[in-house]
Design a protein around this ligand. Structure first.
Ligand SMILES: C[S@@+](CC[C@H](N)C(=O)[O-])C[C@H]1O[C@@H](n2cnc3c(N)ncnc32)[C@H](O)[C@@H]1O
Length: 215
């Protein structure tokens, strides 16, 4: 188990609250959710790829009361800390490729939040192509990632990811993410972008594909 998971388990019943407090140093989750709502207010079938233990899905269930929500992750801990109405939210340990083969073109909003810096860079395109195959016609994708901008927040983020999660993380620049998304989803596919407080490193990109998904 990574150091971070072991430390967090020490907090027992307060694990969620401590995790939320810790996250709030890095990102304002209310602002992040507000951006999802602004960009895709009418989403009815939402998928979060790399949902971890379920914190974002929990907020999505509240902020999109009419939507069905699916959270997937490769970790066996997927959805472990979700507290909320389970009737509209499902979690599964499965990779995006396997889900795309089973449920292609199903989701009108797909979110990939703070996942790409955990994925080896030579696998970014494949993961995004799988996300494309999961998008319904007219569906949209939101990428939230941590941009490599040198500041105190970045030093804390590198420490947190490398030491606490033990992952070999690698952070991209906004130009890297823009180019990657244009490559996979077509030129002009990135239709909006914003930063989320409290750090300018919190980059969000809004993608509306301009080419069809690979078959
Ligand atoms: C920093 S956590 C983010 C969790 C969640 N998205 C959030 O914002 O709270 C990164 C997650 O990405 C997951 N992950 C890494 N590689 C993945 C992949 N290829 N497919 C799906 N999830 C992946 C990890 O297991 C981990 O749960």
């Amino acid at each position: 188990m990574a150091v971070g998971a072991a430390v967090r388990r020490m907090f027992g019943p307060y694990e969620t609250q401590v995790g939320d407090l810790y996250r709030s140093f890095f990102v304002d989750l209310d602002a992040q959710l507000g951006t999802f709502r602004r960009w895709a207010p009418d989403a009815t079938n939402i998928l979060e790829i790399g949902c971890g233990e379920g914190a974002v899905c929990e907020r999505l269930a509240v902020d999109f009361p009419a939507a069905a929500i699916t959270g997937i992750d490769i970790t066996p801990r997927v959805g472990r800390l979700f507290h909320g109405d389970p009737s509209r939210v499902r979690f599964e340990q499965i990779d995006a490729g396997a889900l795309a083969r089973r449920e292609p073109a199903k989701f009108d909003l797909i979110l990939i939040c703070d996942v790409l810096h955990h994925v080896p860079w030579d696998q970014h395109r494949a993961l995004l192509r799988e996300a494309h195959a999961l998008l319904s016609p007219g569906g949209v994708l939101v990428i939230k990632d941590w941009e490599r901008i040198l500041n105190v927040g970045h030093m804390a983020c590198v420490f947190s990811d490398r030491v606490l999660t033990g992952d070999q993380v690698k952070f991209g620049t906004a130009d890297y993410f823009r180019g990657l998304l244009a490559d996979v989803f077509g030129s002009g596919a990135v239709v909006d972008e914003t930063r989320v407080s409290p750090w300018p490193n919190n980059l969000m990109l809004f993608v509306r594909p301009t080419r069809s998904a690979p078959q």
